[in-house]
Design a protein. Sequence first.
Length: 235
Amino acid sequence: MRPPLVPQTALLQGFVLLCMVAVLPGCATSEHWRSAGEITTKDRQPFYLSSANQKLLIAPGTLTITPVEDGLFNSPKLVIENAKGKLVIDLHQGELTPAGIRIVGVTHGLSANILGTWQDLHQGLHDGFTTESCSTYGYCAKEKEEKICDDKGNCRKEKFWEHGHYSDCPGSRAVSIHYEDYTRAYRIAFLNPRNTTEELANYQGVTGMLSREIGRDAGPCELDYSGHGQHHRRR
């Protein structure tokens, strides 16, 4: 199933999100960036990934990792989950970049440093279609206002519709939107904070199918007839 067509504003928001972490236009939720994969540990031994008030037992097997973009009131996060539970790391500025993630454990009270990169894997192309508003020259009705006074000098303003030729009559046009389908593959290492060359664990995972706008073609603006002729100037 193709991803649903979404408004341009949401697509642009999603593109910003992609640049920040790995996330889809505005309309996308962090679940889009949830990667499922496998983690291996040093000597296949489990270890606790802990912070000041959380801990999660990391053992060889399945794991999910989700980068969450910062919102209006929330900081960016890294969510790590397995069958044993979940650990949420509030990220500092600069720890999440377009190329990946870099967390120095001591700044978060973590028992490991986290170093990760990701790569987009092209899966195909598809088109979506929508319409958008526009304006064009033509014959249409415009709402106007005039001041009407009686013989006693009492005045009021009255709105009316007047037909005529204008350069900005309302219209619409068909738009073809071009999308790239892709998945995002993560490679994330958990390192000993006292010996950053020692790898405690290594994670590899991939997101589900994602989609982003890569271009659009718009047709000509076609005049919409508003049909406001019933509201004429009052005499």
